[in-house]
Ligand binder design. Structure first.
Ligand code: TRP
Ligand code: SF4
Length: 329
């Protein structure tokens, strides 16, 4: 069986981009694979080091969301990164053979450093992608379902594995493959990348009324269609982009026709997006809320997952120490 591993940072507020860009893929990949889904709390710490108290509630929220979207803890290991200390040891050992320049040239490194309010001029933040490489290589993952923004980190992981294998004349580490979702990227309400920083997200925790408000009041549509009597071109409208992802074929055809013939107004069109989003989000939100009311059972699931992950991680580290010929004490 192929091994699948992925991780998400518990930095609060999962949005619909996470749902279609990552979580739906996580669910689909459970079939026929050995699966590890990790809550990357140490990664969250690289930028939230002075607000670590926000991490714990987000860990629970993320665990609850994993369950709510259909990740089955009986077959998939859901675990917390910091509960498996071996990740940190592997990052340290890999750091010996990873050139500094490889980390400095990661595009997200300079970009995030420049855009963040926190001072990210730290060793920990520079090491972010190497910690991610350790997460992946630890489980000998074959497939890593991620969003497009993570492709560089995956490439770096492959290079780190290759260099380790070369230096220690081994073929121990496998080179993982990224798995992208087939769905187009979900843009934010303002047409930019969906991101908390831009305040343009629809969150998985949004109530139905908030979803309707956001869609009808904040979602931008084709500025060329000014009046309802103007025929529009759905292919040029970001609202139709949402229909393509969240609406049925029948709805899409009806909207497309209605827009081109000016028989439907933009308000109704946006309301339809909202309704279709609600069909998808409301059950996830409700299931997540109900697991959050029972933190004890979330703890049990995480404890189980941590144990399963730790067992694999310990095996990997025994092997890695042996390959490096570390002294045993
Ligand atoms: N960096 C990833 C993100 O921000 C999260 C992550 C951490 C991850 N470790 C990982 C993803 C390992 C895949 C595999 O989305
Ligand atoms: Fe866009 Fe819908 Fe208005 Fe057409 S009807 S312009 S697709 S919001």
């Amino acid at each position: 069986m192929a091994v699948v591993l992925s991780g998400i940072q518990p930095s609060g507020s999962l949005h619909i981009g996470h749902l279609v860009g990552a979580l739906e893929n996580f669910v689909a990949l459970q079939k026929g694979n050995t699966v590890f889904y990790m809550i990357a709390d140490w990664h969250a710490l690289t930028s939230k080091y002075n607000q670590a108290e926000v991490i714990q509630p987000s860990v629970y929220e993320l665990a609850a969301t994993f369950l709510a979207v259909g990740i089955n803890p009986a077959s998939s290991s859901i675990f917390v990164q910091s509960a498996v200390k071996e990740h940190s040891e592997l990052q340290l050992l890999l750091s010996m053979t990873t050139p500094l320049s490889w980390l400095e040239r990661v595009p997200t490194y300079k970009e995030k450093q420049a855009n963040s309010n926190a001072d990210l001029n730290s060793f920990g933040f520079l090491g972010y992608p190497l910690l991610q490489a350790a997460d992946i290589l630890m489980y000998q993952a074959d497939k890593v379902p991620v969003g497009e923004d993570q492709l560089f980190h995956l490439e770096l992981t492959r290079e780190v594995a290759r260099r380790f294998n070369h230096i220690f004349k081994t073929n121990f580490f496998k080179e993982p493959q990224a798995v992208l979702t087939p769905t187009a990227k979900v843009l934010g309400l303002d047409g930019r990348k969906m991101s908390k920083t831009y305040n343009n997200c629809i969150y998985l925790s949004d109530e139905d009324s908030a979803i309707k408000e956001k869609c009808t009041r904040q979602m931008i549509s084709d500025p060329k269609r000014v009046k309802k009597s103007d025929p529009g071109n759905p292919e040029e409208c970001p609202v139709f982009g949402y229909h393509k992802i969240f609406s049925s074929q029948v709805d899409q055809e009806e909207i497309s026709q209605g827009c081109r013939t000016a028989s439907i107004g933009c308000f109704d069109c946006k309301m339809k997006v909202a309704e279709n989003l609600i069909v998808k989000i409301a059950p996830v939100r409700e299931r997540a809320q109900s697991s959050l009311r029972n933190p004890k059972s979330l703890d049990d699931i995480l404890m189980d997952g941590n144990g399963q992950a730790r067992k694999v991680a310990q095996g990997t580290m025994d092997k890695v120490r042996e390959i490096i010929k570390l002294p045993k004490f």
